[in-house]
Write a protein that binds this ligand. Structure first.
Ligand code: 13P
Ligand code: SF4
Length: 378
């Protein structure tokens, strides 16, 4: 262990050559200095070293709730991806909270600005608006509730807020769809077709009632008017490349090789895997299921590699496998490392903050409408 003196650098480069011990010591020095004014949030997919420095770890829903509720912190360093930091900014700086703090904002920092989400990038606001306008030519859009997965840009959440819709996470997607169907006869769900399809099938919608809108098709997302008019859920052609690697043959292979094994997957997995699984749920639910299982249980888990490896380490009394022979991690989550965390923290403490995420007022206002609905619906 070496120095704990704060020597902030606006350049990231020097931090990259530091040993982990030194980075940890310097991160801890900032945490000590800023105390409860600082909140470090870590998504379950973060690498262990980063989780070790987080005040709180959780899934998308729990991290949003934590950012929304925290009273003391004045800075949130979000170890996750861009849409999560945007969401934290909107919730922590909503008008009611700003009034309580006499207008003082909570600064939200994403340690590496390149930590995006490839699924979120599959739906741009211009594409969503274009699809909505095209649908408006053939369907009464007053009878469509837009539902966006939280894995989307703030501009999409604002769109949804403006049009009477709701944001969902993987842990409340079913409740969000039920909320939507209590209001309108039809739903448009984006950007993850798998979460949308798996959830809608669970409430009795059939595959035939769920056309997938292709934003690159020439007309009507690649469908006929009749198809769209008879639809119940219009899905978006987006997916998570991490969860797309899990295949039905992997389920069969684990069941054959490991009799008694249980398959546990995230609902971002394709339908055939989701339906073959014994259990499914958000990252938070996956952890709870494993924690509640008796010693000797056998699992093949279909979600991001860092979480599965952490579960293996934390539960040596159980047999845990990654549900694919191909190793696949979320490369953008992985961009957050101790060097980026230390660099952003030291600059924050020195009054030269870097990588602040601040959603513009108009987008934040309408996103909040849809996010508050999300927090009410479980
Ligand atoms: P949850 O945090 O809701 O489990 O979602 C996982 C994910 O893919 C986050 O991007
Ligand atoms: Fe996006 Fe998939 Fe990574 Fe989640 S795991 S952040 S959905 S790319």
């Amino acid at each position: 262990m070496s120095t704990t003196t704060l020597t902030p650098q606006t350049e990231l480069q020097p931090y990259k050559s530091l040993e982990n011990d030194e980075l940890v010591a310097r991160i801890q020095a900032v945490r000590l200095q800023l105390g409860s004014q600082l909140l470090i949030l870590g998504h379950h997919y973060q690498q262990n070293e980063v989780i070790g420095q987080s005040d709180f770890r959780g899934d998308s829903y729990l991290l949003s709730e934590t950012a929304a509720e925290n009273e003391e912190c004045r800075s949130i360093v979000f170890c996750g991806v861009h849409f999560m930091a945007e969401t934290a900014d909107i919730l922590a700086n909503r008008p009611a909270k700003l009034a309580e703090r006499a207008g003082q904002r909570v600064r939200v920092i994403l340690p590496d600005m390149a930590a995006g989400c490839s699924m979120a990038d599959m739906a741009a606001i211009e594409q969503i608006q274009d699809a909505w306008d095209q649908l408006g030519e053939i369907i009464d859009t007053n009878d469509i509730t837009p539902v966006t997965y939280i894995n989307s840009a703030a501009s999409l959440k604002a769109f949804v807020g403006r049009h009477g819709g709701i944001v969902c996470t993987s842990s409340n997607a079913r409740a969000a769809l039920e909320w939507a169907f209590a209001r309108t006869g039809r739903v448009m769900f984006f950007p993850d077709q798998h979460l949308g399809r798996n959830t809608a099938l669970g409430i009795g919608i059939t595959e035939e009632q769920m056309p997938v809108w292709d934003p690159y098709a020439n007309d009507l997302g690649g469908h006929s008017e009749e198809m769209l008019q008879s639809s119940k859920v219009i899905l978006w052609q987006g997916h998570c490349s991490v969860h797309q690697v899990f295949k039905a043959e992997h389920v069969a292979m684990f069941r054959e090789k490991h009799p008694g094994i249980k398959i546990l997957v995230h609902p971002e997995c394709p339908r055939e895997v989701f339906e073959l699984a014994d259990e499914s749920g958000s990252t938070g639910k996956i952890i709870k299921v494993v924690e509640a299982a008796p010693a000797g249980s056998k699992w093949a888990i279909g979600t991001e590699l860092h979480l599965v490896n952490r579960l293996k380490e934390e539960h040596p009394e159980q047999e845990i496998h990654f549900l694919s022979p191909v190793v696949c991690m979320c490369a953008t989550m992985y961009r957050i490392d101790l060097a980026h965390l230390c660099w952003s923290l030291e600059n924050l403490a020195a009054g030269t903050p870097v990588n602040t995420i601040e959603v513009d007022e108009e987008t934040a206002k309408w996103s909040l409408v849809a996010l508050e609905r999300m927090l009410e619906v479980r």
